[in-house]
Design a protein around this ligand. Sequence first.
Ligand SMILES: *Cc1c(COP(=O)(O)O)cnc(C)c1O
Length: 331
Amino acid sequence: MDLARFPRRRYTPYATAIEPLTNLTRALGGPSLWIKRDDTLGLAAGGNKTRKLEFLVADALAQGADTLVTCGAPQSNHCRLTLAAAAREGLKCRLVLEERVKGTYDPKASGNNFLFGLMGVERVTVVPAGSDLMAAMEVMAADLPAAGRKGYLIPGGGSNALGALGYVSCADEIIAQAFDRRLAFDHIVTPSGSAGTHAGLLVGLVGRQTGIPLTGINVSRPRELQETNVHTLALATAEKLGLPPIPREAVTALGDWVGPGYSLPTPEMIEAVHMLARLEGVLLDPVYTGKAMAGLIGLVRRGHFKASDNVLFVHTGGSPALFAYQDVLRD
Ligand SMILES: *Cc1c(COP(=O)(O)O)cnc(C)c1O
């Protein structure tokens, strides 16, 4: 595989740090826990979508687009970062917001929703849960050609095979950092949502034949459904890179920490957000990394790892959403 063959913009002029979670490790009495700080990626309050956008926006520019159109939930980190990339590149940006939990969209909301306006979004439409988002984005871009403009549609979470290359390259970054420090990871844990992060990491780890097992912690779907989604995207990503197919058995996406549904708080998420804030000074988010860290903590408590293991948690960002969940997180 040769990632250099794909056009790429650079939004993070450094490798994100891998840090020990010394206090959390001590508090849990379990394996050595580490964190990959992808919450410090570039663009406005960066997170995992920054890596995907490096490839997606390069493609948009190669196609001569002047407007990025994408979709997400009302507190979407992906929408915030797509908008930030558009601003950086001198492009316009339009957003389709899916009101996944009925009655929750508030144009005056805090968190990411506030940042949409601050960063100069050109247009926002809100559609009900379960809408055909691709169709809604096409409607959103329909007036552009008549104005001599050109739109580029990015799927939810930037999760297609091109966007997933961002996390294939993250796997390479982790492998290089681990080698540099002679730090052998026995396990990697990542949040698993629209699946681009999980699929990209998997293709990178399998493609480089590391043998490191990867566990996704789901934020919205039960195990079977999510594993199918991740596998489908991993196959497409591997094919794009000329790699052999990723075996289905390599995909693990646990659904035990989703709770009542996407973005809905759970006691385990609240505990995880508090623990990381108070033990490590690390801000998680309530929708993705809070639930994924709850999953890691749960796995440690279940005795899933050996005491001698080094376990890496991928922090995918999202802290701006904390400010939209203050009532849930205050004790
Ligand atoms: C989108 C997102 C995820 C999930 O990543 P996917 O690639 O969609 O699976 C995890 N964490 C944060 C903070 C996100 O914004």
